[in-house]
Design a protein around this ligand. Structure first.
Ligand code: CP
Length: 340
């Protein structure tokens, strides 16, 4: 039984300590046979996930839903504001009271910072934050850090001593906000922040990272900032957070990584990450598709790891970690080796 997680909301990575992160990661490891469809479990049979996404999403929405299905539960989805009675003036609090009567756990994405916490305060079941405005994206940061742990393990290293460069829209990018908070829990981390001056990471987050003992440098120069790091973590211009499209357009394409730049400036085996979606339009292209054959490109390993992390979170919050295998069986169908 895990009292700390059981029945808890997961709203911010700030609620975790280092031991909690390790617990989530080791449970995520155990989910691999289920995520790869070699085994099936019915441990959450009868349970319902309310998957409420009020903003566009491919990975987070579908992997939360798939993770719940893979544990044997059912998913009820609502996508966009227009399909709910919020458009008739119903409050987020009333919506939470109602929907938490229909679900065992709720995942929610909302365009406004703090709105998922507001919803959770009125919910009668655990709420998992799938991204609230430019504030936080806890499950993404967990899957990013889990990916970093695995990639570094493959190089005989741990997360302590990590050198990471975060690139792009660090002002509005909630994934880098949550990841920077998680990195405070480790030792001797060197973080380089590369962005246009107007899109710097919010100063309180930088201050907190420094206060935790980590070294933080800020720069506008991509090439000089990727030369001696383990990870380059690229992000998209978050156009949906800008006051108008023209402003977002003015930053698009300024900080691009492609194979030629990687070959010229990065150490061999530097890992390339991105929370996705990457903006592959010609005017943006922050992570060029000519990197797709680079074995150090970890972006699809990140998405695969997301399924494991989200399964682990459900297992912890619903307190079934030690029952997953008890309700398991081998699957009769052909399962291709998906690799990672
Ligand atoms: N990384 C991420 O949050 O992707 P989606 O917006 O597709 O969910």
């Amino acid at each position: 039984m895990c009292v700390k997680f059981r029945g808890s909301h997961i709203l911010s990575v700030a609620q975790f300590e280092r031991d909690d992160i390790q617990r989530i990661f080791r449970i995520a490891d155990r989910m691999e046979p289920y995520a790869q469809r070699r085994r099936a479990t019915r441990v959450l049979e009868g349970a319902i996930l309310g998957n409420m996404f009020f903003e566009a999403s491919t990975r987070t929405r579908i992997s939360f839903g798939s993770a719940f299905n893979l544990l044997g539960g059912e998913v009820r989805e609502s996508v966009g504001m227009d399909s709910l009675s919020l458009v008739k003036g119903e409050s987020l609090q009333d919506t939470a009271r109602v929907l938490s009567g229909f679900s065992d756990v709720i995942c929610m994405r909302h365009p406004l910072a703090g709105s998922v916490a507001e919803f959770a305060a009125a919910s009668r079941v655990p709420v998992l934050n799938g991204g609230d405005g430019s504030n936080e994206h806890p499950s993404q940061a967990l899957l990013d850090l889990y990916t970093i742990e695995k990639e570094m393990a493959g190089r005989g290293r741990g997360i302590d001593g990590l050198r990471i460069t975060m690139v792009g829209d660090l002002k509005y990018g909630r994934t880098v906000h949550s990841l920077s908070k998680l990195l405070r829990l480790f030792e001797r981390v060197h973080v380089v922040l590369v962005s246009p001056p107007e899109l710097r990471m919010p100063p309180p987050l930088v201050d907190e990272l420094r206060a935790s003992g980590q070294r933080v440098d800020e720069s506008e120069n991509l090439e000089a900032s990727i030369a001696h790091v383990d990870i380059v973590y690229s992000t998209r211009i978050q156009e949906e957070r800008f006051p108008d499209r023209e402003q977002a357009d003015s930053y698009r394409g300024r900080l691009r990584l492609n194979q030629a730049i990687y070959t010229q400036h990065c150490e061999p085996n530097t890992v390339i990450m991105h929370p996705l979606p990457r903006d592959s339009r010609a005017e943006a292209n922050e992570l060029d598709r000519d990197l797709d054959q680079n074995p150090n490109l970890a972006i699809f390993r990140q998405t695969d790891n997301g399924l494991l992390i989200r399964m682990a979170l459900f297992a912890l919050v619903l307190d079934v970690v030690d029952l997953v295998d008890k309700y398991a069986r081998e699957v009769p169908w052909h399962t291709p080796n998906r690799g990672v």
